[in-house]
Design a binder for this molecule. Structure first.
Ligand SMILES: Nc1ncnc2c1ncn2[C@@H]1O[C@H](COP(=O)(O)OP(=O)(O)OP(=O)(O)O)[C@@H](O)[C@H]1O
Ligand SMILES: [Mg+2]
Length: 278
């Protein structure tokens, strides 16, 4: 029997029904490799947050099978699986509860039984990465929504789980903080599942995009998704302005370039296709 690398997440025909019998997920099958980054997109109520809770073994599938870091999740193994993954909640008020920001960020590392010096090191470092060092002594409850979100991100970075599950991490962040967070996430060598309504962030951070609407409508790269207006419409998605502009210009100019997804790719095409002045 070969012992290959363990997948970060493995879902086979997973379904989930809430106790009031609302069916949030149906027949979800996907594998996320160790170190892979994936975006999860889809309309309101698509089941993104439900799926992230499940990937953190906070919900146990009502149908199908789920493995988190090689652990087959059931009632008994769930706490062990939860330790492997870290969930950033969509609403930071569900995450932050200590009376002081510093203690909130330190809560995870302290629970991991790390020594005091290592806890301080992690807290300082992750607060700096999340841009919240100056709030260390503040009362979390008094912070703005975006500030709270960044404190919750610092808490997750301080735990540094094997698998990051991020529910709308950039929602309500100002543009500079959003860019800084994308850079931090890109520098992590971890498995990341990112639920977002912001395709610009998805395109910048992940090659693979999963479109969810109770079940998986699409699982593939951005180029493939851009070629499926039917799926974009079905999932209430809109392409970011750069690919939108460039695909319109492609039609008008009759040029044969491949529609770019990022600004760097777009600049390359413009440099190549536009006559230079001067
Ligand atoms: N505790 C609950 N009890 C019953 N139904 C729930 C519960 N939580 C969520 N749901 C339902 O499950 C479905 C999926 O919700 P979920 O929050 O996972 O969607 P989402 O894709 O995260 O949406 P959004 O983009 O608005 O964050 C929705 O129909 C929602 O109403
Ligand atoms: Mg949600």
């Amino acid at each position: 029997m070969g012992v290959g690398p363990v997948d970060a997440l493995k879902l086979s025909n997973v379904g989930y029904a809430y106790s009031d019998s609302t069916r949030a997920l149906e027949n979800v099958t996907l594998t996320i490799k160790e170190g892979e980054r994936v975006s999860l997109v889809g309309p309101n109520g698509a089941g993104k947050s439900t799926l992230l809770h499940m990937m953190d073994a906070l919900y146990i599938p009502t149908e199908g099978e789920l493995e988190v870091a090689g652990i087959k999740v059931d009632k008994k193994t769930a706490p062990q699986a939860t330790m492997k993954a870290g969930l950033l909640f969509q609403d930071p008020d569900d995450q932050i509860f200590m009376p002081r920001v510093w203690d909130d960020v330190a809560f995870g590392p302290i629970n991991m039984m790390l020594d005091e010096k290592e806890v301080s090191r992690r807290v300082e470092r992750s607060m700096a990465l999340a841009g919240v060092s100056e709030y260390a002594e503040r009362v979390p409850h008094h912070l703005s929504f975006g500030e709270k979100k960044r404190v919750a991100i610092a808490g997750l970075l301080a735990m540094d789980p094997e698998i990051y599950l991020l529910d709308e991490p950039t929602a309500n962040l100002d543009p500079a903080s959003r860019r800084a967070l994308v850079d931090v996430l890109r520098s992590l060598n971890k498995s990341i599942v990112l639920a977002t309504h912001d395709l610009t962030v998805a395109f910048e951070l992940t090659k693979r995009i999963i479109v969810l609407k109770k079940t998986i409508l699409y699982d593939g790269d951005m180029r493939g998704l851009m070629a499926r207006p039917d799926i974009l419409a079905e999932a209430n998605l809109e392409l970011p302005s750069i690919p939108r502009l460039m695909s319109e210009w492609k039609i008008r100019s009759g040029l044969g370039f491949e529609v770019p997804t990022t600004m760097d790719e777009a600049l390359e095409i413009l440099d190549r296709e536009l006559p230079r002045h001067g």
